[in-house]
Design a protein around this ligand. Structure first.
Ligand code: PHE
Length: 452
């Protein structure tokens, strides 16, 4: 397929891998995965999540990169172009449109949490955690949530940081940032893990996360695990598709996917192990909810020798991880705007940044002044944004992409793009045609039945 002449590309395979890993590894792994595991009964959630990564996540990530690279366009025009190539209806572009909006909605609540993280970097560095006990940590966190102005300040800073990178473009913005931040993140993670292994209750943490207990597997646990598999791998909304569209032709999609999926899953599991080891060693509550890392980790950091340093490093790590994910959340919208309007990347970044700034303020007010404002299913604004995107829009986007690649596209086009040996291709194709769509659809149907 021909491509627009002016389009940027990743410098090489590794910058693509780093950027995609940077997109995947984020608050999803460090903030959300541990707290969801804690809330959903530990191993029940972890095991279903791992199954979702293998059966749905990995095949779909290959699918999304494949769609992006073949189209060499933003997700909206890309889907339309691929549909035309397959002589199918142009309505498929709605998969791209839905994804573009999903990204904006996700960034709105994502930025709020990233703002908390930035605040905690400063608290950690200022030695605020020294000798802190559980009640104080909780009280400080609650007081912080009750002060909207402070939350707005940090949220604004995070949006500005994100848009600052996005405005600079693929090579000097996205690529350069990921090249520096991702290796730093891995290094800091290893330090934290080493520490937690030395002083935490690792055995208890491992048994909490991995000893199978299927009595706790409920439909809600399954949907949450599926949604989180999408969220964690950045799937279903076009982030991976647009990154794939900047990828050169000769790179193996299967190998890069495996690398990213394994790195992402490993980071989630390792952070989970490290956090629960500290939680159990300090007699803290694993099911504390979204505040988990903010309420429990300061106590651990406050007790350990060098805790000010390690704590600062940890929250810095989380901020880096969030930053590299946030830029991918808006890239579908930015690429669509720059490829369809006269806007420059700078102008597009301003527009999206302002939109998300406003939406994010609505989300953060859920923790204080708008505590009692409820939208969908009685959820507040923050939870509505989270649940609507994670549990519905992302799996739905993924379902449609799988159907498109498996049933609409010409199979020789798909195979040409994926470059798999024929045996491997057949396995992938079977999964993408039957296993992934049926798994997603079954979970949706079951839940809609339940809602009745
Ligand atoms: N994968 C990111 C994380 O785990 C979040 C994300 C979701 C990024 C969807 C892009 C698209 O934090």
């Amino acid at each position: 397929m021909t491509e627009p002449a002016h389009r940027s590309h990743w410098t090489n395979r590794w910058t693509f891998i780093l950027a995609t890993a940077g997109s995947a590894i984020g608050l999803g792994n460090i903030w959300k995965f541990p707290y969801m595991t804690g809330v959903n009964g530990g191993s029940a959630f972890v095991l279903v999540f791992l199954a979702c990564i293998a059966l749905v996540g990995i095949p779909l990530m290959m699918c999304e990169i494949m769609l992006g690279r073949r189209a060499q366009r933003n997700p909206v025009d890309g889907m339309q172009l691929l549909a035309a190539e397959a002589r199918a209806t142009a309505l498929w572009k709605w998969v791209g449109i839905m994804g573009l909006f999903a990204g904006l909605l996700i960034l709105a609540f994502y930025s709020v949490i990233a703002g908390w993280v930035l605040d905690y970097v400063v608290r950690a560095a200022g030695g605020e955690f020294r000798g802190i006990d559980g009640a104080t940590a909780q009280a400080r966190f609650n007081a912080f949530l009750a002060a909207p102005l402070e939350l707005i300040l940090w949220h604004s800073l995070f949006i500005a940081m994100t848009m600052g990178v996005v405005a600079r473009g693929v090579n000097s913005g996205l690529e350069k940032t990921n090249k520096i931040l991702m290796p730093a993140l891995f290094a800091i993670l290893l330090v934290l893990l080493g520490y937690s292994m030395a002083v935490g209750d690792f055995a208890r943490s491992a048994s909490f996360m991995f000893t199978p207990d299927f009595s706790k597997v409920t439909p809600v646990v399954v949907l949450s695990a599926l949604g989180h598999a999408f969220f964690s791998l950045s799937l279903g909304m076009g982030a991976v598709m647009v990154y794939g569209s900047y990828l050169q032709r000769h790179v193996s999609i299967a190998r890069t996917t495996l690398f990213v999926a394994i790195a992402d899953t490993a980071v989630g599991l390792l952070v989970g192990l490290a956090i629960f080891a500290l939680v159990f060693a300090n007699g803290l509550e694993p099911a504390a909810g979204p505040g988990l890392i903010f309420q429990t980790l300061p106590i651990a950091f406050g007790k350990m020798a060098g805790g000010t340093f390690i704590g600062t490093l940890f929250f810095l790590l989380v901020a880096f991880a969030a930053w590299t994910s946030a830029i991918s959340l808006v890239e579908p919208a930015i690429s669509w705007l720059t490829e369809n309007t006269r806007m420059t990347r700078h102008q597009a970044a301003w527009l999206i940044g302002l939109t998300d700034w406003v939406l994010g303020i609505a989300a953060l007010l859920s923790f204080n002044v708008w505590k009692d404002v409820h939208l969908l299913f009685g959820l507040n604004v923050f939870d509505t944004l989270d649940k609507l995107t994670t549990n519905i829009l992302l799996p739905l986007g993924g379902l449609l992409m799988a159907l498109f690649a498996g049933w609409v596209m010409r199979t020789h086009h798909v195979q040409e793009e994926l470059g798999l040996a024929s045996g491997a291709y057949r396995v992938w194709r079977f999964t993408i045609r039957f296993v992934s769509p049926l798994a997603i659809a079954a979970i949706f149907l079951y839940l809609f039945g339940l809602v009745k």
